[in-house]
Write a protein that binds this ligand. Structure first.
Ligand SMILES: [Zn+2]
Length: 208
């Protein structure tokens, strides 16, 4: 039906009939058009970088304390799936010139992106890309026979000039099917250990 009706030229808005199925010029304004996944767009639109890109990764360094002495485990325990996180370049970091902190909206730090991931993202941040992350799930692991919490995140990169406020709509469009909304092993662990116990362990330096 859409084919018979034609398609509006994204440049001039005039209807092109039949709807273009391959690259051609608009008969009205002459702009070069291309077809991507049945969508008619200008060549310029097709060549533009996508507004948002994303990949899965994990938060590194979750068992360490922050420089102010706060426990990253205590920060993680308060996080919820789908929560938006900040990714902040740590340009003064003496260990890794590409370091990128992972923080909650209030600035509390959970850890860092791994060195490997940061090495890819840091140069893009310097070029104007904006990175944010979303909590996918929190999971337990053992370190020296002690239970610890780790976090998997979705990192979203917004192209330079893109309003990052649209990142959430982008993330929703991904479906979030495998995102842990609670009730998993982590929640059992939380129930068994309890936040108060975590605080005691943290105070004793056992969670650093
Ligand atoms: Zn046109």
């Amino acid at each position: 039906m859409a084919d018979k009706q034609g398609a509006a030229c994204p440049q001039c808005g005039e209807v092109i009939t039949p709807k273009p199925t391959r690259a051609r010029k608009c008969p009205h304004c002459g702009v070069q058009l291309v077809v991507r996944q049945f969508q008619v767009m200008t060549k310029e639109q097709a060549d533009a970088p996508p507004a948002f890109r994303s990949f899965d990764t994990y938060v590194s360094g979750v068992t360490f304390k922050n420089s102010d002495g706060s426990s990253r485990q205590d920060v993680i325990i308060d996080c919820k799936p789908k929560e938006q996180l900040q990714l902040i370049r740590d340009r003064e970091n003496p260990r890794d010139r590409n370091a990128i902190k992972v923080c909650r909206a209030n600035g509390d730090q959970l850890g860092f992106l791994s060195g490997e991931v940061a090495a890819k993202c840091a140069p893009r941040i310097e070029k104007g890309y904006i990175y944010v992350a979303f909590v996918k799930n929190i999971e337990e692991f053992e370190r020296n026979e002690r239970p610890m919490l780790g976090m998997n995140i979705l990192v979203v990169a917004a192209s330079p000039g893109v309003d990052v406020a649209g990142a959430w709509a982008y993330v929703e469009s991904l479906g979030m099917k495998d995102w842990d909304a609670g009730g998993g092993g982590c929640m059992v662990l939380l129930a068994v250990i309890g936040a108060a116990t975590w605080a005691v362990l943290a105070a004793a330096g056992l969670c650093s």
